[in-house]
Design a protein around this ligand. Sequence first.
Ligand SMILES: Nc1nc2c(c(=O)[nH]1)N[C@H]1C(S)=C(S)[C@@H](COP(=O)(O)OP(=O)(O)OC[C@H]3O[C@@H](n4cnc5c(N)ncnc54)[C@H](O)[C@@H]3O)O[C@H]1N2
Ligand code: MOO
Length: 650
Amino acid sequence: MSDLDPPRTADGRQTQFLTVITRDEATERFRRHLRLEPLGHETVTLAGALNRVLAADVIADVDVPGFDRSNVDGFAVQAADTFGAGEEDVRRLVLNREVLSPGVVSRAVVSAGRASVIATGAMLPRGADAVVMVEHTDVASDADGTRRVAVARPVTAGENVSYAGTDIARGETVLRAGQPLTSREIGVLAAIGIAEVRVWRRPRVAIISTGDEIVAPGAPLPLGSIYDSNGAIVAAAVAELGGEPVPLGVVRDDEAALVAALDAALAHDMVLLSGGTSKGAGDLSYRVASRLGSPGIVAHGVALKPGKPICLAVSHGKPVVILPGFPTSAIFTFHEFVAPVIRAFGGLPPERRHSVESTLPMRVNSERGRTEYLLVGLVQRDDGLAAYPMGKGSGSVTTFSHADGFITIDQHTEIVESGSAVAVQLLGKELEAADLVVIGSHCVGLDALVGRLVRQGLRAKTLNVGSMGGARAAARGECDVASVHLMDPQGSGYNRHLLDDTVTLIPGYRRLQGIVFRPGDTRFEGRGVDDAVAAALADADCTMVNRNAGSGTRVLVDRLLGARRPPGFGVQTRSHNAVAAAVQQHRADWGVAIDTVARQYGLGFIPMQEEHYDFIVPRARLERPGVQAFLALLADPAAQSELRALGFRL
Ligand SMILES: Nc1nc2c(c(=O)[nH]1)N[C@H]1C(S)=C(S)[C@@H](COP(=O)(O)OP(=O)(O)OC[C@H]3O[C@@H](n4cnc5c(N)ncnc54)[C@H](O)[C@@H]3O)O[C@H]1N2
Ligand code: MOO
C-alpha cells in the first residue's frame, strides 16, 4: 500500500467514512448538541464598543435635550407679542439685560412686552415660548437708554424651540439587546451620558489550515503549493460576524502535529479547520477529529455542492468544524453551518437573506443527489435581471468575491434550461447597479481600461465567459460591451461574423499570437514558425499544450498541425496563461499564446499572427454614459499608451 492509497479495511476495501446526509439532517444533528445562545457578557467603554452587540436594553435616565432649547440665534419672546408683525408694522419689545448663551441658566423672566437675547443651544428663559431669528429683528436704544428689539416677523408658540425630552425622553428604551453598535448607536449612548455598555462576549474562534501544500501568504511559493486563503477568509468572516478570530496558522499533514494543534484550539469557544476532510490518504483532519468525544463527529458528508465533505463535530458543547479545503466549498459551508452558530454565540439574531427574481441566460447541468449552490453575477436587461453562472468550480477563490448571489438547484434537478426563472439569494444586502457591464473574454488590456473607468468613479462589472458567451450576451442585450477575439472559421477575418444589425463592432486592439517555448530550447530558439513546428514534430519527446476547441487560438494551432497529433495534443487548456504555465513548468515544451503572456512568464516567442481583440456593443446601449465613457477611453492617448506598454497594437 503506497502513501497515496486511501485508508482500507482489513480485507482491502476502501473505508467509506463519508455517509452523506441532507443539509437539514446535518444542521439538526449539529444543533442538537449545541446551546445556541450568547456565551456571556462584559462591559466595555464607548471607545471600544464599535461593532459589539448590546447585551441589555438601554433605558435613558435623562431627557435629551434636558431643557427647552433655542434652535436659533435671536430673541426669546412670548409669541403672542409678535402676532401681526411685518416689515411695515414692527413690534417693539423691551430687552432684558441678560444674554443667554448655551450653558447659562436664565434668571430674568420674559414677560409680555419683553425679550431676551438668546443663542442657539441656550436654555429658554421662564415666560418665553418662542424665539425670533436675529435676521428678522433690529435693536435700538431709546433716548432714555432702554434697549428695544423691533420684530418684523411673527412667530408661533414653540417656533425655533426644542422642548425637553423631544429627542429622547427619560425612561425611554433607546436601544435593545442584540443591537450591533455602529457609530450611530454609539452617538445615542453618549448623548444620554453612558460611558460604558454591557455587550455580549465575542466568541473566540480558533482557525487552523491543514495541508503540506499550504503556505502562509508572504512566504515564497514552491511549485505545486497553494497560499493559505482559507485561513484569511475564514478569520475575516468570523470578525464580520462579530466573533474574535484566533488564527493558529498552517499545520502540516502530520497526525501528532494536528492532534497537538486541535488540543490547543479546544481552549477557544469554537474550532474551525479547513482541508483534509475527504478521501485522500493525507486527509487527516477528520481522523483526528474522530477522537473527540461527547459526542464527537455528528455529520461527515452532506448532500451539498459545493461542500460535500464537510465534517461537523461537537465536543463538550464546543463546535469543531472541518471545512472542505477548496475555497468556494469552505466559505459556502462556513456560511451554511458555522455563521449561524457564531451569530447565536455572539448574541446576534439570525441573518436575513434577500433574494431577487431573475432569468438564467444559459442552460446549466447539475449533479443529481446534491443540492447545488450556483454562484451567479447579475446583470440588468430590459425585462429584468439575468443571472450568469460564475462557474469556476469549488477550487476558485475569486468566484465568491465576484458573485452577486447564488441560486439553489434542488437535488432532484439535473438540468435547468436556459430562460428559466430563478431566485437569486443576494450575498450583499442590496444589489448595486453597474454603470458598465462587460461580458466576454478576459484580457489584461481590458483590465487596464476597466481600471481607468473605475478610477473615474464608474461602477463596472466584468464577467469572463469567453468570446462566444460575450457575443451571445450582447445579442440578448445583457451587456453593454462584449469583449471578443474570434477568428471567422469560414474566412480569415476576426469578429465580424459575430455581428447582426442589433449590434455594432468597436475596434479594440491587436494581440500578437505566436509559439511560446522555454528560452534556450534549440528546437525553437532562433527559428521561424514552420521551421520550429517541423523541429518539434521531428522529436517524439517534444510535448505541446493545446487550447480548447472553439477558441481563436485553437484555429491557429489546427492550421499549424493539420492532421498531425503530437504528444500533449489532448491537453486542451482554456487560457493563454494555462498554456504559458504548462510550458514554464516543463509539463509541455511549446504551445500557442499571446506575446504579453509569454513575457509575463519569461518565455521565448515566435510571432505568428495578429489577433483582433474587439468590442461588440448592442446598438440600443450605445448612448449609455458608461458605454460613452468606455468609447472615449479607447480614443484617450493616455489609455492608448498604457495598452501599448502592455504590448498591444492599436
Ligand atoms: N475521490 C474523491 N475525491 C474527492 C471527493 C470525493 O468525494 N471523492 N470530494 C471532493 C470534494 S467535493 C472536495 S470539496 C474536496 C475537499 O477535500 P478536502 O477537504 O479533503 O481538502 P484537501 O484535499 O485538503 O484540499 C482540497 C483543495 O483545496 C486546497 N486547499 C486546502 N486548504 C486550503 C487553504 N487553507 N487555502 C487555500 N486552498 C486550500 C488544496 O490545496 C486542494 O487544492 O475533495 C474532493 N476530492
Ligand atoms: O463538494 Mo466539493 O465542496 O464541491 O468541491
